[in-house]
Ligand binder design. Structure first.
Ligand SMILES: Nc1ncnc2c1ncn2[C@@H]1O[C@H](C[S@+](CC[C@H]([NH3+])C(=O)[O-])CC(=O)[O-])[C@@H](O)[C@H]1O
Ligand SMILES: O=C(O)C(=O)Cc1ccccc1
Length: 243
């Protein structure tokens, strides 16, 4: 059965409320993320391949802000290490409930789904940590302390895969990349009204930063190497390595 189509912003809303990961979003989320994030499917596949390469015996792979568990499933399918758990965490009860159902339906074993704020959970004994479009929803003031905790929880030789919507310092680049993202959404079937109402809903909720800011902060919490491995307009995925 195809996924239900996202039409949450198709009709004029008197007032556009702040974006929330509630039941209504959960129902259409696979369609919404696929048609809104350029390169999403390619990133999910690559997360699986990277987990296959980096997951270690007797360690944990974390999928933080897991939504419906797409990255956890991709990892689980590629991990060959022994006694390696995947722990998927999200603070939206609606997401977690549907994520558990999806995993049960997929008959993939070995993923623990936890409903919690990723700022509050212990991160320990990790060989792989995935933040696939999640850090952008964490308040700016909390990002450094959270990443420092994440770094401490990674084993030597561990990897962080960080995917984010990016901002650009150069206003011309910012304008162009935003316009290209909107053209991408139009080509995916979203109307101007849908695009503009969703943009309002995401204001002050999804806060993008420039790659230079991400790199600097990742280095300052301890990562020895930070690179972009994928970018499609203003959406990028980075690899940060711990020595
Ligand atoms: N503090 C928090 N603690 C836990 N979860 C959080 C927090 N803040 C936001 N979330 C959760 O982070 C997820 C972000 S979506 C991730 C896609 C997924 N990674 C995917 O690969 O499909 C990205 C997007 O929709 O743009 C939502 O499920 C939030 O509930
Ligand atoms: O839709 C957008 O404009 C985005 O920036 C991506 C997105 C995708 C799914 C939920 C929230 C944001």
């Amino acid at each position: 059965m195809p996924f239900p189509k996202d039409s949450l912003y198709a009709n004029p809303l008197g007032e556009v409320g702040a974006f929330k990961f509630d039941e209504a979003v959960v129902k259409v989320f696979p369609d919404m993320i696929q048609r809104s994030v350029p390169g999403y499917a390619a990133i999910i596949s690559a997360i699986g391949l990277l987990a296959g390469r980096f997951a270690r015996d007797d360690s944990v792979c974390f999928d933080l802000g897991c939504s419906l568990g797409a990255a956890s499933l991709a990892m689980r399918r590629q991990i060959v290490a022994n006694n390696c758990r995947v722990v998927a965490v999200d603070c939206s009860e609606a997401m977690v409930e549907q994520c558990r159902k999806n995993l049960a339906d997929s008959a993939v074993a070995g993923v623990d789904v936890v409903c919690a704020d990723i700022r509050d959970i212990p991160i320990e004994n990790a060989s792989v940590v995935v933040l696939n479009f999640t850090l952008q929803f964490i308040p700016l003031a909390d990002r450094e302390a959270f990443l420092a905790k994440l770094y401490r929880g990674l084993l030597p030789g561990g990897i962080l895969i960080l995917s984010e919507k990016l901002a650009f310092d150069d206003p011309r680049q910012q304008e162009l990349q935003t316009e290209m993202h909107h053209l991408f959404k139009k080509a995916q079937g979203y109307s101007e009204l849908e695009i503009s109402q969703k943009r309002s809903a995401l204001e002050n909720v999804l806060i993008p930063e420039a790659f230079a800011v991400h790199r600097q902060r990742l280095k300052s919490v301890g990562f020895s190497s930070v690179e972009v491995w994928f970018q499609y307009f203003n959406f990028a995925s980075m690899i940060a390595l711990k020595c």
